[in-house]
Design a protein around this ligand. Structure first.
Ligand SMILES: *[C@@H]1O[C@H](CO)[C@@H](O)[C@H](O)[C@H]1NC(C)=O
Ligand SMILES: *[C@@H]1O[C@H](CO)[C@@H](O)[C@H](O)[C@H]1NC(C)=O
Ligand SMILES: *[C@@H]1O[C@H](CO)[C@@H](O)[C@H](O)[C@H]1NC(C)=O
Ligand SMILES: *[C@@H]1O[C@H](CO)[C@@H](O)[C@H](O)[C@H]1NC(C)=O
Ligand SMILES: *[C@@H]1O[C@H](CO)[C@@H](O)[C@H](O)[C@H]1NC(C)=O
Ligand SMILES: *[C@@H]1O[C@H](CO)[C@@H](O)[C@H](O)[C@H]1NC(C)=O
Ligand SMILES: *[C@@H]1O[C@H](CO)[C@@H](O)[C@H](O)[C@H]1NC(C)=O
Length: 461
């Protein structure tokens, strides 16, 4: 489908519609037989993702003196490692049930056919990366107010930055050039919310950097308190951040919810208690503040593995009771159930929130080669677009999100295939304090690929 496939479908002529549909259907059949034949990743890598929320900086090399802010980041990443991935040493390999849950046979074929025939008009995810000398949109040496140091590759030993010099050009859609003042004016009196995992946080930081141009911006006000986003006593960080651009009264916020399910400790006064993970109930934060949002971008994916659930003591609940459905207890099914549930809930809310534009961002691809994150996997390529620059398929490479939003008013923000072409844009083995023995082929350098996700988002709001 991408990278040298033969089906180039151009034009919108009505007479072509039938042909397009037939060709697409055939292409989809082929794709379903072997969805990842033409890509760098296997289906297993894309959809099982054992451990992903792992942060470089976890190595025991953090003794060098650091500024306070950096220490916080270190503590954060450390806490993420220890709290979020504690169980992963034990449960490091991909859970088998997750693999089987997303085997190609289980992909809903209708989802592809219908969405691809609908998306003829303008599919932002279909197009190509083009070199652009006016990139990046902000300097990787700047944006210190918003950009986590662990993701600022310009501050590491990395020497190649050609990955910064591209923009995404959809084939059949207008893609306005990003201009921060135009963007903020358009977003006057509006609130943009990201809810999801660390990849959602990357997109949030990217948008903050884009909107400020990466410049020191004293006029941006921290309004976390308004959303209860304050560091609790004993906590290492708040559950999110919210900032308001005072001139245009634009708020951009991020809330950490790795699974998009409501997490409720079973016994609030017992710190070692299990946590009910309500698969059919969106996070309380989202239910409470939805009415304040004008744009909402959800994502999940990389936290759905048995190790993380166990390490966090998350116990699946459905209907307010512990889940007893054995099939649903399998990680892949639980994730599917949750994604469908949260989309259905959001869709049901949209009529009473007519100003809200809701997006579900598709999964961000990983690029570990020759091993996984904990077995020496790496992503050393530094040549942009070595595997091709175009996405030619009509359907999404994330059938889960594509299927869940189908027939709802929740929109897909499809970045999977787009990002899959950019294996050189990850953090790789670089860190602030030298090169590491492990690679982060999940998170992206900033400025970088998530900037394009935001341009895709902005084009669609
Ligand atoms: C790792 O860090 C701990 C505490 O900072 C220290 O006691 C230990 O010696 C370190 N280990 C290595 C291998 O540097
Ligand atoms: C980082 O965490 C350690 C314990 O894990 C704590 O003692 C220290 O105060 C924390 N530092 C910051 C800056 O939060
Ligand atoms: C800022 O925008 C919000 C809507 O997002 C609105 O409720 C509020 O009144 C605005 N504040 C000012 C000072 O205009
Ligand atoms: C909750 O935890 C506290 C502290 O461990 C304990 O005293 C209490 O009995 C627990 N409550 C329930 C309902 O289990
Ligand atoms: C995901 O859930 C939806 C809705 O319940 C269902 O129609 C679909 O078959 C499920 N897909 C998988 C792969 O389990
Ligand atoms: C780097 O990791 C490999 C396994 O992935 C290990 O065999 C090797 O000893 C490590 N090297 C250092 C310097 O820690
Ligand atoms: C990638 O680079 C790292 C660090 O230089 C090295 O250990 C690893 O073997 C390289 N991987 C490949 C596939 O070349």
């Amino acid at each position: 489908m991408k990278g040298g496939n033969t089906f180039r479908l151009r034009g919108r002529s009505l007479s072509l519609t039938l042909a397009v549909l037939i060709v697409t259907t055939i292409a989809i059949w082929a794709w379903e037989k072997n969805p990842f034949a033409n890509s760098l990743l296997s289906a297993q890598e894309l959809y099982t993702i054992p451990t992903s929320e792992f942060h470089v900086g976890s190595q025991n090399d953090s003794v060098v003196s650091m500024k306070p802010t950096e220490k916080i980041e270190e503590n954060m990443s450390h806490s993420i490692i220890t709290e979020e991935t504690k169980g992963e040493e034990k449960f490091g390999t991909a859970p088998v049930d997750a693999i089987s849950a997303f085997s190609p046979e289980m992909i809903d074929s209708d989802a592809h056919v219908i969405s691809s025939s609908k998306s003829k008009v303008c599919n932002y995810a279909k197009g190509r990366w083009v070199a652009d000398s006016r990139r990046p949109l902000y300097s990787g040496f700047g944006c210190k107010q918003w950009l986590s140091k662990m993701w600022a590759c310009r501050l590491t030993q990395r020497k190649d930055f050609s990955y910064e010099g591209y923009r995404w050009q959809p084939e059949n859609c207008d893609m306005p050039k990003f201009e921060k003042s135009t963007f903020l004016q358009r977003m006057q009196d509006k609130t943009i919310a990201f809810i999801g995992d660390s990849l959602g946080r990357q997109q949030f930081q990217s948008l903050m950097c884009m909107a400020t141009g990466g410049e020191e911006s004293p006029e941006v006000e921290n309004v976390g308190k308004k959303y209860g986003l304050v560091k609790a006593r004993g906590a290492i960080r708040p559950d999110g951040w919210a900032y308001r651009f005072t001139k245009t009264n634009t708020t951009i916020l991020y809330y950490w919810s790795a699974s998009l399910s409501d997490l409720v400790p079973l016994n609030i006064s017992d710190p070692s208690t299990d946590v009910a993970m309500h698969l059919d109930r969106p996070p309380a934060f989202m239910r409470r503040f939805l009415l304040h949002f004008d744009v909402l971008v959800l994502n999940t994916g990389h936290h759905w593995n048995r190790g993380k659930l166990n390490a966090n003591r998350w116990v699946m609940h459905v209907d307010g009771k512990p889940n007893e459905d054995k099939k649903r207890a399998e990680i892949g099914h639980a994730k599917n159930f949750t994604v469908y549930s949260v989309v259905r809930w959001l869709d049901s809310q949209l009529p009473s929130h007519p100003h809200l534009k809701a997006f579900f961002r598709t999964i961000s691809p990983r690029h570990f080669a020759n091993g996984d994150w904990n077995t020496g996997g790496s992503c050393n390529n530094t040549t942009p677009l070595a595997g091709g620059s175009e996405v030619m398929q009509d359907g999404s490479s994330d059938p889960l999100v594509e299927g869940a939003v189908k027939g709802t008013a929740v929109k897909i923000l499809d970045i999977t295939a787009v990002s899959q072409l950019r294996d050189e844009g990850h953090i790789s083995h670089y860190s602030l304090r030298g090169n590491l023995n492990v690679s982060d082929c999940l998170h992206w350098c900033l400025p970088g690929i998530p900037d394009a996700w935001n341009e895709l988002l902005i084009a669609q709001i």
